[in-house]
Structure formats: structure tokens, C-alpha cells
Design a protein. Sequence first.
Length: 448
Amino acid sequence: MMKDSIKKYFIHTYGCQMNVHESEKLAGVLCQHGYVKAEEDAEADIIVFNTCCIRESAETRVLGNLGHAKKLKEANPDLIIAICGCMPQKAGTAEMLKKRCPFIDIIFGTHNLSLFGEYLDKVENEGKKVLEIWHEERQIKELDTIKRDEGVSAWVNIMYGCNNFCSYCIVPYVKGRERSRSIDEIVGEINSLVKEGYKEITLLGQNVNSYNFVDEKNNHYDFADVLDIVSDIEGDFRIKFMTSHPKDISEKVVKTIADKQKLAKYIHLPLQSGSDRILKLMNRKYDSAQYLAKVDMIRNYIPDCGITSDIIVGFPTETNEDFEATETVVRKVCFNNLFTFIYSRRSGTVADKMDGQIDIKTKRERIKHLIDLQFGLGLRKAEEQIGKNGCVLCEKLIGGKGYGKSQNDTPVTFDSDEPLETGKFYNVKIKSHRNTKLYGTVINKIGD
Ligand code: 5AD
Ligand code: SF4
């Protein structure tokens, strides 16, 4: 079979939304180099693995898929294989990959992402292999060649890195210290996105609430200022953000969310554990009472605010009582959605060296309990929504039905007597629910 003369790329992305967005930047570089997107990795001329190392399972998946890429390379020796992101940034991993996977052409980390184009040139033009990991970012160089996925939503980085060093977490070691992007750059990027027709902008950062930027006139900007400024950008669009550390979310931020119509009434607020003893060991710097007080403060200003959370079960030394304390907080808050994780040992972190690691059977039992508990609470949340009206952004249409999210980030399926359009906001009345999914009907279109 004749091979297509157009060069094609395929990117495997693992992990969080930051990584998904970073892959859009890598795709931009590949397009500049004349590549187009392949439907599957088997037809690609370059395969990029943009990796995550937050849990062992993410790394195992990467290693499995690398095995598959090796077979593709045996069939097509011209295939270029690149691996980047958090996994090679982790101490010792790049060298391990070089040794165990000599078929990889380019290995680079999180801090030198902006040099991907140069590495690609080296491999394409000089036939050289590249292994380069920086241990810190030498200059904030934004890749402005972003090839965003089609749709109505776009991500915008407002800051990078994390200074928190939660004892279980590898992120500060692989993403480096906090760095805030300039407010002008953020506003400029959102302005262009809105002009291009994007309807939902998600501001991204490991801990957006510690955004801190000082301009050349010595004006200081915090996260509430960012929210305030970006919600004054003209146009018909909605703004979301993630992630917020509970210790850092301020009343000023919550008031801004309450006041500004463009800001979604939704906050992702990772709890991690409801046990004060475990929270201390996790180095989270709040206790369950302080967490609950933040939730009260949020609901005071924004009664119907969507609140979601992350919880880790099976942190070292976690007893049944500690786990029950987590369940108690989950019941008290009644989250709109919960992301549950089994604690995964990460070498180099403080928790990895702790005594009292929990066996996998107990971890699995606890996560199952938590999922079951949340399912019941989710049903309650869904029932509360019935009969209410809310603004939903139509993200896609399937068989004439609209799919989107409400102001508080709850997924809604809806129909209408009039034809629906993607990228439009509708006032939808919630009529029913199936499990935790909501169904509604359009009352009227919002805007033009
Ligand atoms: N094991 C399990 N879950 C983890 N997370 C971070 N590190 C670990 C780990 N070592 C979870 C946290 C975080 C989410 C993105 O991933 O809950 O909020
Ligand atoms: Fe990891 Fe904690 Fe930073 Fe979140 S705040 S990225 S959990 S260290």
C-alpha cells in the first residue's frame, strides 16, 4: 500500500486538563512542521506521549502503550516517537526510558516544552536522538501555536507549578514552583478566543487562588482581580477555573463569582480527607472545620454553587475512624460530584516514606464505600434540581438533543420545539433525572 505523502501526528495524552491543553500546544508545533492529525496511532509518522505521573496507574498505562508504539516502529522504522511531560521530568525516569525504550527518539520534560519544535528539527533533519530535561524553567516562553480541539470550550493557563508540597503529591517536583502569567497576556488570549467564537473559557492552574502578578508599574494582581478583569471582556461567554486549594480560596474571590454574571457558579475544592489527623499528615494546612466553613461561606454568597471535590482513600495510617470522618464531611457537604482516588505511593514524596501503608484490599473497600455514598448524595442533588430553570451552554447536538452544562457545571440533556444550535446559551427547565443525569426542556434562548 502507498503511504500517504502528508505527514501525520498522533498524541496520547494522560492526566489532567493542564496536560490536555499542553497537548494542544504540542499539536500547534506539529501543524507548523507540516503535520496533520491522524485518526489513529497506526497511521501516524510521529507519535507523542504527553504523560502524567500523579498515580502509578498513569505510568503503567504509558509503559503499556509504549510497547504498542515499539511494534509500530518495527513495522515502520521512520516513525518518530516522542515522550514528554511529567513522567520523564520525575527523577531517574528519563534515564530509565532511554535504557528500557531505545526506540524513543525524543525525551523531554515539563520545563522545556517550548523547545519541542527544535527537537523535532534535530530528529527530522539530522537524524539525531534528543534527551533533554531541564530542572527549572529558564524563561517563561509561551507556545502561541495552539491547535485547540474544535468545540465551544477553550483552556487558558493563568499560572504554572505548585508550592504546596502536599505530602502525597509528585506535582511540585515535576511542575516546579508557582509562576503566574502576565494579566495582559491572559486578557489578550481570552479576547482572541472570544472573537474566534469560543463560549466557555476555563482558567487553568494547579492552584489558581495563589495567582500573584506584579506588572511593570508595580500594580499587584491576585486571583480575584483576574476574575474581575476577564469577566469585563466583551462578548457572550462563560468563565470557569480550576483548581482551588481550600486554604487559599478567599471571600473576595467568592464575592466576585457571586457578582459577575459571566463567572460560572462552580468551584472544584479538593477535600482529600475529612480526618484532621490525616489532613495534617497530608500537609494540607486546613482541618475539616475550616473546610466546612469555606463551603458555608461559598453557599452563603452563592446558594446554588456547584461544588465538586477530590478525595484520596488509603493514605498511610488511615484507620476506619479516619475514613468515617471523611464520609461524615462528604455527607455534610453533599458535593455535586466527587473524584475518588486510591492513594498511590510516589517516590520522592514525604508520604512514600511513612510507616503504616494501607493494603490494597482495604483501599478498594473504602473507595467502593465512598463511591456508593456519593451516588446516593448525587441522586439527592439531582432531585433538588427538578423544576428549576438554569442557563445551559449547548456544547453538542446528538439526534436533535442538546448536551451541555448548567451554570453550576451539572451535565444536562435537553430538547426544544425550535432547532437547537451548538455554542448558544439556553434557559432550560429541568424536568427529570436518570441516576445523576439531568433532563430538561428549553424555555427560551439567551442572547442572539
Ligand atoms: N495518590 C492518589 N491520588 C493522588 N492525587 C494526587 N496525588 C495522589 C497520589 N499520590 C489526587 C489528589 C489531587 C488529584 C488531582 O489527584 O486528590 O487533587
Ligand atoms: Fe499536588 Fe497539593 Fe499542589 Fe494540588 S496543591 S498539585 S495536591 S501539591
